[in-house]
Design a protein around this ligand. Structure first.
Ligand SMILES: [Mg+2]
Length: 380
């Protein structure tokens, strides 16, 4: 990344929005069903009127990560924004240096990613360049995959996959849990042949004999990867499992930092990392993980709103991202997204990377306010 310094450090205000946007289709994973998209949006404005939008795409419950919308709000208002205010007062402009000092606040990666992403967006507006240029994007378009929750029946699963393949999606990921694993995978292979297919267990398995048997059977289906089969914090168990399986293990929930990503790959506990910028503390850390581990990373999704989705498009337009990510079109999730135009996937399964300054889209503040549970403005 070549632009690292805010051009104007006179910040006027930061606004936070706790958003709840209804999903068009409920999303079921091994830990529950979501019907609304949650998160905290961050709007930062400088003295010249330039505005940067960021997103902390955190869930309302601590099911995926220990963080929730409430903890993100608390950490931002009580700790991170006051610390950032002090940094601004001291005349600091170098974003990675500021992020380094945020390490004083342990953990809370989703909260950090919310504020951090707004700073990169602000910088792109100040410089009049695309956020893609800030993030080092080189691709004009990115291939995309889709993540399909656990369905009520095999027929429903097959018809949803049929629909997404006809829309052009390049890679299908299905959520699995014990009892919904080998049979759906076998059925998909029978129906659709050798499509790019992977599974995500969201930590639903253990190394018990019964679970191991199912995981070993999955080895026969030429899956691109098995994502996070075991406990969220048990990297050693994943090391043991990767020695048994030929299918690459991809770690998601286990990875919260650059160090954990590098360690897991180097120790052979996984072969692939799903980078979710919120889970690893933001886009600068995402860039570091990708640049240390080119070709072994892809970009996951947290059902981001249009704002987080644009940030995700720009970062995965870097060349290290060679595996299609989970960034789908807006219509996959929302009746109306909070950006205009919404993100669309073309019929060949690609998303265009905008080149115009900033996020390359218009943020619909009215729609954001309509869907906000809470709103707070912090004046600098
Ligand atoms: Mg996952």
């Amino acid at each position: 990344m070549k632009y690292l310094e805010l051009k104007n450090d006179k910040i006027k205000s930061i606004e936070l929005f706790d958003i709840r946007i209804p999903l068009v289709h409920p999303f079921t994973t091994s830990f529950g069903t979501e019907t609304v998209k949650t998160g905290v949006l961050v709007r930062i404005e400088d003295s010249q009127g330039y505005v940067g939008w960021g997103e902390s795409s955190v869930m309302a419950d601590p099911g995926y990560s220990p963080e929730t919308t409430e903890t993100v709000w608390y950490i931002l208002t009580e700790f991170l924004i006051p610390l950032f205010k002090t940094q601004i007062k001291m005349g600091k402009t170098n974003i990675p240096e500021m992020l380094g000092e945020w390490e004083k606040i342990r953990g809370h990666e989703f909260a950090k990613a919310g504020l951090e992403s707004s700073l990169w967006a602000l910088l792109s507006e100040q410089l009049g360049v695309s956020l893609g240029e800030i993030y080092g994007a080189t691709k004009e378009r990115i291939p995309t995959g889709v993540s399909i929750g656990i369905q009520k029946s095999l027929d429903e699963l097959i018809s949803r996959i049929e629909m997404f393949l006809s829309q052009g999606y390049k890679r299908i990921k299905i959520k699995i849990r014990p009892g919904w694993d080998v049979v759906p995978v076998q059925k998909i292979r029978e129906e659709f042949g050798d499509i790019l297919l992977m599974v995500d267990a969201n930590s639903a398995y253990s190394l018990s004999e019964q679970h191991l048997e199912a995981l070993k059977k999955l080895d026969d289906y030429n899956l691109m990867m098995i994502e996070q089969p075991l406990r969220h914090d048990d990297i050693l168990a994943h090391c043991k499992l990767q020695k048994i399986l030929n299918t690459p293990i991809c770690l998601d929930e286990s990875i919260h930092s650059v160090e954990q990503a590098d360690l897991s790959l180097e120790m052979g506990c996984c072969k692939i990392i799903n980078i979710k910028p919120g889970r690893v503390g933001g886009y600068y850390n995402s860039f570091l993980i990708a640049s240390h581990n080119s070709g072994k990373v892809w970009l996951g999704g947290m059902l981001e709103s249009g704002i987080g989705r644009m940030h995700n498009i720009f970062i995965q337009a870097r060349e290290e991202f060679k595996i299609p990510g989970d960034t789908s079109g807006s219509d996959r999730y929302f009746k109306k997204d909070i950006i205009e135009p919404p993100v669309t996937v073309d019929e060949t399964g690609y998303i265009e990377v905008p080149r115009s300054p900033g996020l390359g889209i218009e943020v619909l503040e009215d729609v954001i306010k309509q869907h906000s549970l809470k709103h707070e403005k912090i004046i600098f």
